[in-house]
Design a protein around this ligand. Structure first.
Ligand code: TA6
Length: 278
């Protein structure tokens, strides 16, 4: 579906704290705290709707991973979303905006269900809250998996660590999907990593993000966490990712991916992440 979706919505809280959402996939493409960008977007990212934006917080729905019926990670991140509520300040200065998308012939040719997705973004002084409501508007139940494919910007991924994974079982996609148990209190990265951790702690602390600070990620109704860095080998296979960019990003992705969610007609499933600069 070719579309010139270049529209963006900017939430501006003042003090150079802003958040920018591209209506292509309702993708958060920038989150600046006191003018410091916290998210990674590849210098080669494309915005033509042919593929998802390589960076920020792409939304994975209705399927995480390779999909026989459509693009990997589903279609939500390549649909044009609408603005349901323009940026509006709360009394305390926090800014909220709401975006939505519903089924179309484009989505139904891949996944023959009616649905509505509602994305709420709240920009606080040092926090960004992103919540996705999945509403089943079909007459029958459907199953899905969902995930926030969050690309964090880091000075050097080799200096980062991720907490909250110790003891969790994980699928290692770099080793033919073999299953292991995480023995490390803090996961560090020194090569290609693509792990799907199951039933992780609700809170992750990622060290050495922008300005050497820490990032806290709190997740709600999202039991699993994917950790991904393509390293040089995989980076060179992606046309929308610079060969030299892998040291400056880490994907820590909160989702419900190991066990599909079954949603009955008229019901809603809400998954939310809160990112906090520490
Ligand atoms: O979330 C990790 C992952 O599933 C990796 O295997 C890699 O494929 C990455 O997503 C990016 O996928 P994409 O389809 O956006 O290129």
């Amino acid at each position: 579906m070719a579309s010139s979706v270049s529209s963006v919505v900017v939430l501006d809280r003042g003090n150079n704290t802003t958040c920018t959402i591209n209506l292509l996939g309702a993708t958060v493409v920038s989150w600046r705290v006191n003018n410091q960008e916290q998210l990674f977007v590849s210098k080669l990212a494309v915005f033509d709707g042919q593929k998802s934006i390589r960076g920020g917080i792409p939304l994975v729905f209705p399927h995480f991973g390779p999909w026989a019926y459509g693009p990997q990670h589903g279609f939500a991140k390549i649909c044009r979303w609408e603005v349901e509520k323009q940026p509006e300040p709360y009394e305390n200065g926090d800014i909220e905006a709401i975006f939505s998308v519903v089924d179309t012939p484009f989505t139904k040719q891949m996944w023959n269900y009616s649905f509505k997705l509602v994305l709420k973004v709240v920009l606080r002084e040092k926090e960004l809250q992103v919540g996705l409501n999945v509403i089943n508007t079909s007459p029958e139940p459907f199953q899905f998996t969902m995930l926030f494919h969050t690309y964090l910007k880091v000075p050097d991924v080799r200096k980062c660590s991720i907490s909250g994974l110790h003891g969790c079982m994980f699928v290692d996609k770099t080793k033919e999907n073999s299953i292991y148990q995480e023995s490390r209190e803090l996961v560090t990265i020194d090569n290609w990593i693509d792990n799907i951790y199951q039933n992780t702690l609700q809170e992750h602390i990622i060290s050495n993000v922008v300005s050497g600070r820490k990032m806290k990620m709190v997740k709600y109704n999202l039991p699993d966490t994917v950790v991904w860095n393509p390293w040089d080998v995989k980076a060179s296979t992606m046309s929308d990712f610079g060969d030299d960019e892998y040291p400056n990003m880490i994907c820590v992705e909160a989702g419900a991916v190991m066990t599909p969610i079954t949603l009955n007609p008229s019901n809603t499933y809400e998954g939310t992440i809160i990112l906090q600069v520490m």
